[in-house]
Design a protein around this ligand. Structure first.
Ligand code: ZN
Length: 69
């Protein structure tokens, strides 16, 4: 039951989630701005937390619970 490959592709602006076909949104890292939570609720961004991983992706699926998020 190896799980690899599906999420290894780097997403970019305008791409669709491979699983739910939602348009991917930018991941915002670090301390969120005042309106960040409204943007998340509206599905316009995803919060990436404070992890400063150089390999962290720039875009993600905005669908809650989607395995592609
Ligand atoms: Zn998705």
């Amino acid at each position: 039951m190896a799980t690899r490959g599906l999420s290894s592709r780097v997403l970019a602006l305008g791409d669709e989630c491979l699983l739910c076909r939602a348009e991917v949104v930018p991941i915002v890292y670090g301390f969120p701005a005042d309106d960040a939570f409204e943007q998340v609720a509206a599905g316009r961004i995803v919060l990436g937390g404070c992890a400063m991983n150089p390999l962290a992706p720039d875009f993600a699926c905005p669908t809650k619970g989607c395995p592609g998020a």
